[in-house]
Design a binder for this molecule. Structure first.
Ligand SMILES: NC(=O)c1ccc[n+]([C@@H]2O[C@H](COP(=O)([O-])OP(=O)(O)OC[C@H]3O[C@@H](n4cnc5c(N)ncnc54)[C@H](OP(=O)(O)O)[C@@H]3O)[C@@H](O)[C@H]2O)c1
Length: 312
């Protein structure tokens, strides 16, 4: 049996349950491809799954390889694969119900795989699928963000936030972002029109009404966000489902998005990257064997842009 290096968990818990080991190399079935991973993005969902926070929802069987953000090269094709070829450079946010990408190989359904942007390396492509699809599915699918609208993006300097800012600007929106002061130059460079320092300002006191709030934080930040949503506007969260009662009370809409794989949207995102309308910022690059450190950094909650694991 062929093996591969992988980072797995055998039980839920702290960073110490991450195991860097030799694991069986998976085989592609019908409609699937085997991808040789070059880089894997780290996302908060990885350590939330490691801690068991999502076990009632996802019902994973352990051991489980973590990580659902990947860029690599198609190694072999399963039966019935027609769109992709061996050697294609691809990226994906693969099915979160299956083994992930902290590994040398992953099997992915063809329908979840797109050609990666040509103009960036695997390290920068690997951090785009999950954050890019999250931004796309919240701003465009759920909120229908349009040119000229105003959008408030919480945690604008983070993994999802810094991509959402750029997609909203591309759409022609007026973008307001919250971040600590040390990130304000970064946000300005991304095109944010108004920065709010969450340490010294209460956003609901300094932000004029908006059409869309993208909530990545939940809790008190989500509740306070209702104060800035216009009547007829929408609060979209990826942190926790917003209150339907509060939405009605404010004459607004609400939505919760759990990001889904989508190769067609990844193809659109790749076009934007190659047209230099969108770029992922990688602040930290680590070896696959350093996944524990990557998760610890992510879990501190003050990452600018993305953390990536280099596999090749
Ligand atoms: N439902 C879904 O499908 C889905 C998909 C993607 C992400 N998510 C969730 O969305 C959240 C964000 O994900 P992410 O990848 O963007 O995380 P991330 O990259 O770890 O976010 C870190 C950012 O959060 C900012 N931040 C921390 N506290 C803040 C505050 N009080 N106000 C404003 N910004 C603050 C930090 O900025 P400073 O350094 O300036 O503090 C940092 O830039 C996570 O909980 C994740 O699990 C859910």
């Amino acid at each position: 049996m062929k093996t591969m290096k992988a980072v797995c968990i055998y039980s839920y818990g702290g960073p110490e349950v991450l195991t860097y080991e030799d694991a069986p190399r998976p085989h592609p079935g019908e409609g699937e491809v085997l991808v040789r991973i070059h880089a894997a993005g780290i996302n908060p969902v990885d350590w939330k799954i490691r801690e068991g926070q999502l076990k009632e929802m996802l019902h994973h069987t352990l051991p489980l390889v973590l990580g659902w953000d990947v860029s690599g090269v198609v190694e072999t094709l399963g039966t019935g694969v027609h769109r992709l070829r061996v050697g294609d450079e691809v990226y994906s946010r693969p099915d979160i119900f299956r083994d992930g990408a902290y590994a040398e190989f992953i099997v992915i359904k063809e329908a979840e795989v797109a050609l990666k942007p040509k103009s960036v390396d695997h390290l920068h492509a690997a951090v785009l699928p999950l954050a890019g699809l999250t931004a796309w599915q919240t701003l465009f699918d759920a909120a229908g963000l349009a040119a000229g609208q105003r959008v408030l993006i919480h945690a604008a300097a983070g993994g999802v936030g810094h991509i959402a800012v750029q997609l909203a600007k591309w759409k022609g929106a007026h973008v307001i972002g919250t971040a600590a002061a040390r990130n304000h130059d970064f946000l300005r460079q991304l095109g944010v029109d108004q920065m709010v320092d969450y340490d010294t300002e209460r956003f609901e006191e300094v932000v004029q009404p908006v059409d869309v709030v993208l909530d990545t934080m939940g809790g008190d930040i989500q509740t306070r966000s209702w104060k800035v949503v216009k009547r007829g506007g929408i609060l979209v969260s990826v942190a926790s489902p917003p209150s339907a009662e509060l939405a009605t009370a404010h004459g607004a809409q609400q939505a919760f998005v759990f990001t889904q794989p989508n190769a067609a949207q990844l193809a659109e995102i790749a076009k934007l990257v190659d047209a230099e309308k969108l770029k992922a910022v990688v602040e930290t690059t680590l070896a696959l064997s350093d996944a524990t450190r990557g998760q610890e950094l992510s879990q501190r909650g003050h990452q600018r842009g993305k953390i990536v694991l280099r596999v090749v």
